[in-house]
Design a protein around this ligand. Sequence first.
Ligand code: SF4
Ligand code: FES
Length: 280
Amino acid sequence: MKAETEGQGGAKRGSTTADPSSAGAPAAQAAAPARKPAPPPKAGGVKPVTVRVFRFNPDTDAAPTFAEFQVQVDPTDRVLDALNAIKWYQDGTLTYRRSCAHGICGSDAMRINGVNRLACKVLIRDVVERVTVEPLMGFRVKKDLVVDMEPFFAQYRSVLPYFVNDGRTTERERLQSVDDREKFDDTTKCILCAACTTSCPSFWANENFVGPAAIVNAHRFIFDSRDSAAGERLSILNDREGVWRCRTIFNCTEACPREIRITKAIGEVKKAILYGTARV
Ligand code: SF4
Ligand code: FES
């Protein structure tokens, strides 16, 4: 395995050298990002991993390329830790989203060895010694692993993903039975990571498809006994680009990091449209 980092993208993407002796060198170019000192050595169990990363800057690059980096990580580190090690100690120009690092914010969904995953939930020991990281499929790449999520959130907003009631105010909280709460419990778990929608062949084939994530978030309110806009949401989803674009492929269910039974939820919405069963 090579001891130094390879950069395949040329000067446009900035330096990808991994030589730790250069960490304290003065910045050669005004645009070069400041580097942190070399990371402290890890105690035991460290293994070298080659990370192959999709690189693309539409402002400067004619086409995407892949760059390879070698990082020293623990088997119990996550892929996100490997990306951080690259960004913090090798190439500060590497661009990706992350925030919570604990599987809650949904911001670091990406393709890891060809499968949509959250980088903060995939352990190094569960990937081979060479891991390939790419942006989600089906959205415009803004830079490296960052995609334009606006079309995704536009579809999400289109299904009225918020409580609607008939305007009556109540003296106390709106009570709900345990059984009624159970009907939409699963779909409350969505973190809007887009792993489902961007793993769906129906979405790849037609970007106007509202997508599984939007249907999941519609389901969360359609089956809530306290909400009064189920009919409006079902009308929105009763469309060629709504639930009927779903071909029950199950990719979404397999991709979801929250283990939401997405295909089941979509089926329940289809049934509610056909049989008017949203409130039974
Ligand atoms: S349903 Fe699952 S995969 Fe889809 S956006 Fe929500 S959390 Fe992510
Ligand atoms: S960084 Fe928040 S879910 Fe991974």
